[in-house]
Design a protein around this ligand. Structure first.
Ligand SMILES: NC(=O)c1ccc[n+]([C@@H]2O[C@H](COP(=O)([O-])OP(=O)(O)OC[C@H]3O[C@@H](n4cnc5c(N)ncnc54)[C@H](OP(=O)(O)O)[C@@H]3O)[C@@H](O)[C@H]2O)c1
Length: 332
């Protein structure tokens, strides 16, 4: 923060209602932020796919402008009108509309509701929390519900699609750490070494998902974590083994889903929807696991540092499928 109490923010503005928003680096005052009881000095934020879409005005993610994007942040409490927090508390915030309906993490300061703020679990630092962010939480929530629904190591492989993405990278790391044989499906052949270093046993091209015209293919997977949707998810369903558990949270490859009921009624396949905007008790439980038994082993390999000034270019690269892992901005 500057001596006059102002700070830097990357703000999405809409100058023309018929044109995409324009992102501007601005100097702001705390009083200009969305209201909330807790003021946070942001240490790190990141870029999630949703941020990249929002910055280009896609999918009507942001409806009210100006808006500071960034759906996750980690930082320390600077001031709190909520008795649950005191200055200096290390916290993480994601979801609850931050970066969408409420100013988010792409700024040196954030002001949010106390109900949205989570203290970092013991053993997890601010930087680690940001590398994980909304994406890492989504990966952990996937594994949490998959195992709750019967997935266990030692069976057939688990497929992870959109494998070089933020959620998928963390999912590969967590699954491999827990003893699963992970098959990564990626459109980036050049990223094979990266994916194997995270723990993937095999890297497959997206062409494996091409339609076969059959409602069921040979059952290959005990589970799958899907970032892509569309034809990729249809293929995972067709090629899932009996009792496989699949999580769906992403639409990087499309919104539609062309499938049949046969995987469900003949093979007992479970398709689980994941919405990372969980209520606080579940959030605390899963973050606690991220700090302990679900802790990924290769967070620094997954982290891709991005300078604050590079946000617009980095988000454009993400929209063009030109990124890998988790892009993390360091304000500290
Ligand atoms: N439901 C929720 O609460 C929730 C939470 C977090 C994320 N998400 C969603 O999950 C998805 C992944 O998020 P992320 O932050 O990990 O994004 P990301 O880092 O951009 O990763 C997405 C990955 O999907 C693949 N991909 C990109 N465009 C594609 C296309 N047109 N067709 C097929 N594959 C494509 C790419 O992997 P390869 O090049 O390796 O194939 C890319 O790295 C997004 O759709 C995001 O909105 C949802």
């Amino acid at each position: 923060m500057s001596a006059d109490g102002s700070f830097r923010a990357f703000r999405l503005c809409r100058d023309d209602a018929n044109a995409p928003p324009v992102g501007r680096f601005v100097q702001m005052k705390v009083s200009e932020l969305s209201p909330g009881e807790v003021l946070i000095r942001v240490a790190h934020t990141s870029i999630n796919y949703k941020d990249a879409l929002a910055a280009a005005g896609l999918n009507q993610i942001v409806r009210d402008y100006p808006r500071i994007g960034g759906i996750d942040l980690s930082g320390t409490v600077a001031h709190s009108g909520d008795p649950r927090f005191v200055p200096g508390d290390a916290v993480v915030v994601h979801g609850f509309g931050i970066g969408v309906e409420h100013d988010g993490g792409h700024a040196q300061m954030a002001r949010v509701k106390g109900d949205w703020v989570m203290k970092l679990p013991q053993g997890l630092g601010l930087r680690e929390a940001a590398i994980l962010g909304a994406a890492g939480y989504t990966a952990a929530l996937s594994v949490h519900w998959m195992e709750h629904n019967g997935l266990a190591p030692g069976g057939l492989p688990v497929a992870v699609t959109g494998a070089t993405g933020g959620v998928a990278s963390v999912a590969i790391d967590i699954l491999a750490q827990r003893g699963y044989e992970v098959h990564a499906v990626s459109g980036k052949a050049e990223a094979k070494d990266y994916l194997m270093a995270l723990g993937a046993a095999r890297v497959l091209p997206p062409s494996v998902a091409e339609p076969t015209g059959k409602p069921l293919d040979k059952g290959l997977w005990s589970g799958a974590v899907d970032s892509v949707g569309g034809g990729m998810l249809a293929w995972l369903l067709r090629s899932a083994a009996p009792d496989a558990v699949i999580t769906s949270f992403g639409n990087a490859g499309g919104m539609e889903l062309d499938t049949t009921v046969l995987p469900f009624i003949l093979r007992g396949v479970k398709l689980i929807g994941i919405n990372a905007n969980s209520p606080m008790p579940l959030r605390e439980r899963v973050w606690q696991r991220l700090a302990t038994d679900l802790r990924p082993r290769h967070l620094e390999r997954i982290a891709q540092p991005v300078a604050f000034e590079e946000l617009p270019e980095a988000m454009a690269r993400m929209r063009q499928r030109g990124t890998l892992g988790r892009m993390v901005v360091d304000f500290s």
